[in-house]
Design a protein around this ligand. Structure first.
Ligand SMILES: Nc1nc2c(ncn2[C@@H]2O[C@H](COP(=O)(O)OP(=O)(O)OP(=O)(O)O)[C@@H](O)[C@H]2O)c(=O)[nH]1
Length: 294
């Protein structure tokens, strides 16, 4: 191919705005002596950074390697790397026409984009956790309980459960006698006790204040009721050290409603459990009562 033809080819590539560099044997001796594709790439980068070299078209050695790569990583003088995309070096007549796209900045942007994306994902997971966790006791909150219930209901064809609404007895007295921090400690101790006592057929959440809910999934009503009673007995064995160094115990009252018999929505079940809880309180607290009404 003549120089004229090469220049025409080169102009077309320039017109298409493809980064094209023509390397000369005289100015880039080491490239041709070493026959190195990597060196071609480096010179391509140096030349494309320097517009004065762009139109360089001189005689070259036909010993130069002819090669094509989709992606190439090239180390430049300062030890950093640049990424070149669709890199080709073709011997055309007396010239080597080198083409490629320096996509280093694009790569950087992609990296930053991916990093930002994964940070945003982490952040939204954290936000989700925060929105579904009770900050004092670290157990699921009311929102999480409702979400879990509807998830269980829609995912399991034969779903059944009992709902125990649990209310700590005379909780206000802990606050009034020993301060709000001690009241907090009572709530944390109780929540931990329940978490340590249940297995993965149960879901336990704090509804707010001194009110908690225990859902027991796909077990017989009598078994679940007995479990809640056992939980009451073990709760009564907890001894808390008060700020004035005395021991104090705690208990709870609970109302229990059964899925299907007493309702199928969580609102309905909590409502029925609350009615049973009221009876438990009326009858002296520290007891578990099943909803028996219509
Ligand atoms: N320390 C502390 N107290 C809370 C928290 N949330 C609610 N309380 C307090 O809990 C107390 C609940 O009082 P009551 O509704 O009268 O309940 P109770 O004293 O347990 O009475 P009964 O349920 O009838 O046995 C109120 O004084 C609230 O201020 C909390 O996160 N930490």
């Amino acid at each position: 191919m003549s120089l004229e033809q090469n220049n025409a080819y080169y102009s077309v590539l320039n017109y298409l705005q493809l980064p094209v560099v023509v390397l000369s044997a005289n100015e880039h001796k080491e490239v041709f002596q070493n026959n190195s594709f990597q060196l071609v790439a480096q010179h391509y980068l140096n030349a494309s950074n320097n517009p004065a070299n762009r139109h360089l078209a001189q005689l070259i050695s036909s010993r130069l390697l002819k090669n094509d790569v989709d992606k190439l990583e090239v180390e430049i003088n300062n030890g950093s790397y640049r990424h070149i995309f669709r890199f080709t070096a073709n011997v055309v007549g007396e010239h080597v026409i080198v083409e490629g796209e320096d996509i280093t900045e694009l790569k950087r942007s992609q990296f930053l984009f991916n990093r930002t994306n994964s940070l945003l994902e982490d952040y939204s997971k954290q936000m989700f956790e925060l929105a579904h966790t009770d900050q004092l006791t670290n157990v699921p909150n009311r929102r999480a309980l409702f979400a879990k219930f509807s998830q269980l209901q829609s995912n399991h064809k034969d779903f059944s459960c009992t709902v125990s609404l649990i209310d700590l007895d005379h909780f206000k007295r802990f606050n009034d006698s020993f301060g709000h921090d001690f009241g907090d400690q009572v709530l944390v101790t109780f929540a931990k006790h329940v978490k340590d006592s249940i297995d993965d057929t149960c879901y336990f959440a704090r509804l707010g204040g001194e009110e908690f809910c225990l859902i027991q999934i796909n077990n017989k009503d009598t078994f679940c009721f007995a479990n809640t009673e056992t939980l009451l007995q073990t709760t009564k064995t907890i001894k808390l050290m008060t700020p004035d160094n005395s021991n104090i115990g705690m208990s709870f009252s609970a109302g229990v409603a059964v899925y299907g018999k007493d309702g199928i929505s969580l609102d309905e079940l909590l409502n029925k459990a609350d009615k049973a809880l009221y009876i438990a309180k009326e009858n002296g607290r520290s007891r578990v009562v099943k909803f028996e009404g219509a």
